[in-house]
Ligand binder design. Structure first.
Ligand SMILES: N[C@H](CCC[C@H](N)C(=O)O)C(=O)O
Length: 259
């Protein structure tokens, strides 16, 4: 079967997106999904996203990491599928769609996509790092001179080490740039490499910086290797709510491929 795909990127985190409302893709074909994500033998991407019909919302998002396995929520992917849904004229400027961690509101405003993230009830603080789940699990730790830091080897060591083990976590390394701006580089579980940005990751960093008192602001700028993202949120006495991940989502090309 030959299928049409669209290639999107959100601050360099890139995805193959397929309108699966009418196809009958074998969603358990881990090998084929990994082949399509391969940067030499396939189309090349950090992940693959299916857009499907949904009874309770405008559409359903199914996310696979580059290893071909279905995974937890992808923030940059959620922004890209919103732009894709508008491209397909499924939506106009706002939507609510279903993903593995629940229903997300999103809107497109002045060329940026706003994605509402799930509420975060707890930020776990340890001596060397913090850990929280923003739809995907995230380890957050401060480093000096982020630009020269070896993200891949240090990230892999933490991701496979205790307490994360095989299930793993995404690993974010952070440097403070100003009162409300932080540099972030992320080792992503399921890509098993550094990605140019990670949406649930920068969301975790923004909340961790507020929770640890490194910022008093509730509007945080995140500088990633792939570009600038913004996270705004409302601190409550039960964690964080009204959390929005804001940034660009760009259609790079479309094509067709044998499945
Ligand atoms: N690799 C992540 C999922 C994708 C997260 C990232 N691409 C984002 O933008 O949030 C995980 O397995 O937890």
């Amino acid at each position: 079967m030959t299928i049409e795909f669209y290639k999107y990127q959100g601050t360099g985190n890139d995805f193959i997106i397929i309108d699966n409302r009418h196809y009958f893709i074998d969603k358990n074909d881990t090998k084929r999904i990994a082949e399509l994500c391969d940067r030499r033998f396939g189309i090349g991407s950090d992940g693959l996203i299916l857009l499907e019909n949904d009874e309770i919302s405008d559409f359903k998002m199914v996310y696979y990491n580059a290893d071909g396995r279905e995974s937890s929520m992808c923030g940059n992917g959620g922004r890209c599928i919103t732009a894709f849904a508008q491209h397909l004229e499924i939506i106009n400027k706002s939507t609510s769609f279903s993903a593995i961690d629940g229903v997300h509101e999103a809107r497109i405003e002045n060329g940026a996509v706003w994605l509402k993230m799930k509420d975060v009830r707890e930020v776990n603080t340890f001596s060397s790092h913090m850990f929280l789940d923003t739809g995907s699990p995230h380890h957050v730790e401060m480093v000096k001179s982020l630009g020269e830091f070896d993200v891949k080897s240090n990230g892999a060591q933490i991701r496979y080490g205790e307490p994360y083990g095989e299930k793993g976590s995404n690993i974010n390394f952070v440097e403070n740039l100003s009162e409300n701006r932080f540099g972030v580089r992320t080792y992503e579980r399921g890509v098993e490499d550094e990605t140019l940005s990670c949406g649930t990751g920068v969301t975790a960093v923004a909340l961790a910086m507020h929770s640890s008192g490194q910022t008093k602001s509730n509007a945080i700028q995140l500088r990633t290797q792939g570009g600038e993202l913004k996270v705004v949120f409302r601190p409550t006495n039960n964690g964080y709510e009204d959390i929005w991940l804001i940034g660009p989502a760009v259609l790079v090309f479309k094509g067709s491929v044998k499945w």
